[in-house]
Design a protein around this ligand. Structure first.
Ligand code: PLP
Length: 427
């Protein structure tokens, strides 16, 4: 496939933006390629500026559960935008989406909209600290929570330790307010909670999907709830990916575990910039103007975002929406799994709901240290082969893929066939 226009635009973009991009993973660094400049998306397909078409499994990194350019979402945006984009006031559409979400989610009683997942997480952490009047946060190695200062940290040396920042520009004093623990290790977590009495919250991606798909056991997730109750610590589920993805009530319902605060993003804004966080009425009453925890936003809950969100969530509530999407995803991944197993290739496809991840290992992977960095060479090669054949995955082997409602059976068969024959050339 010719990609000369994309290549030329990328060269030009490097004059304007650091690395030519406005978000680092878009630069294709981990697959050593050059990014596609996309001109349009329709259903499950995207078209680049050289007029190549791809079946898309990145889906803008998760928001597009209905696929690209969904008719109802597009109409809702267009209808709304005809009356203006933002007023800096409450709007009736805010009430409509608030009611729709809270009527159909037993895990939260009140919520607040913000403009990105990062902002939702940052606000949730401040809320947890304000509510508990404690300072430290526990996070898990391999979970991503946006680019919040105190969460861009990894474990230091030693068993369970104070975080070391993974980005320049973060004071050590901020990083040391975060304790980092391995996933799937309840004993270490328990020790950490017993030895520190200043812990405000544990934050976890209950379905960790930003560093591979590190599916946890149900008893581990319910164990977190018990430990938090024992120690008077809040449990925050970062459901920016899993929310509205594995079901309307997200991972909380998937595991039937009630966290104290849940963060959302991606799907809840129907493809527009968004974040949100929610919890019990009591905890949420700590937020300004009801309470002392300050949090605000000029463009928060702007009507265009909420219209896109409302039009999306309304479709998700149709009776068989999630079961249809799950069945489609199972069908798609089974076509690949059968092929992998027939040839005994050293890989597997990990999946939950409509999320999937290609892992170059046979073992069940529950923590990030089980991922062999060298195996990413396979992904790099696979990614290039798939682009050549018209299948688009996110440009990193640590990223998951998404099946959307717009992927039809024939699209999935076509994609599985391409993926299988590309895998054949890897080994
Ligand atoms: C995407 C993501 C974020 C960050 O959201 P942005 O909108 O990119 O700021 C936070 N947490 C999780 C789990 C995410 O997947």
């Amino acid at each position: 496939m010719l990609r000369s226009q994309s290549d030329a635009l990328f060269e030009e973009a490097k004059n304007f933006f650091p690395g030519g991009v406005n978000s680092p993973v878009r630069a294709f660094k981990s697959v050593h390629g050059s990014p596609l400049f996309i001109t349009k998306g329709n259903g499950c397909r995207i078209t680049d500026v050289d007029n190549n078409e791809y079946i898309d499994f990145c889906c803008s990194w998760g928001p597009l559960i209905l696929g690209h350019n969904n008719e109802q979402v597009r109409n809702a945006i267009v209808d709304t935008v005809q009356h203006g984009t933002t007023f800096g006031t409450p709007t009736a559409i805010g009430n409509a989406i608030g009611k729709l979400i809270l009527d159909n989610n037993k895990y939260i009683e009140k919520l607040r909209f913000v403009s990105s997942g990062t902002e939702a997480v940052m606000s949730a952490i401040r809320l947890a600290r304000g509510y508990t009047k404690k300072n430290k946060i526990i996070k898990f190695e391999g979970c991503y929570h946006g680019h919040v200062d105190s969460l861009l940290v990894k474990a230091g040396s030693g068993l369970a330790t104070f975080g070391e920042s993974t980005s320049a520009g973060i004071p050590q004093s901020f990083a040391s307010e975060t304790l980092v623990v391995k996933l799937n290790d309840i004993q270490t977590l328990q020790q950490v909670m017993e030895t520190h009495d200043d812990i405000a919250a544990i934050i976890i991606e209950p379905i960790p999907a930003n560093n591979g798909l590190l599916l946890q056991d149900a008893d581990y997730i319910s164990g977190l709830r018990q430990l938090c109750d024992t120690h008077g610590v809040l449990l925050i589920f970062d459901e920016v990916i899993s929310g509205f993805r594995v079901g309307f009530e997200g991972a909380a319902a998937h595991y039937q575990v009630k966290p104290d605060i849940i963060t959302y993003g991606k799907i809840i804004g129907g493809g527009m910039p968004v974040g949100a966080y929610g919890g019990s009425a009591e905890i949420m009453s700590c937020i300004a103007p009801d309470g002392p925890v300050y949090q605000a936003g000029t463009l928060s809950a702007n009507p265009v975002t909420l219209a896109a969100g409302l039009a999306t969530l309304t479709q998700l509530l149709e009776p068989s929406f999630y079961s249809d999407l799950l069945n489609k995803t199972k069908y798609f991944t089974s076509l690949i799994t059968t092929h992998i197993e027939r040839s005994s290739y050293p890989m597997q496809i990990v999946t939950v709901g409509s999320i999937f991840w290609l892992a170059f290992s046979k073992e069940r992977i529950k923590s990030s240290d089980q991922i062999d960095a060298a195996s990413m060479d396979y992904f790099k090669k696979l990614h290039g082969l798939l682009l050549e054949s018209g299948v688009y995955l996110g440009p990193s082997g640590y990223e998951v893929g998404f099946v959307s409602a717009a992927h039809q059976k024939s699209d999935l068969e076509q994609a599985a066939h391409i993926i299988n024959s590309s895998i054949d050339t890897l080994f």
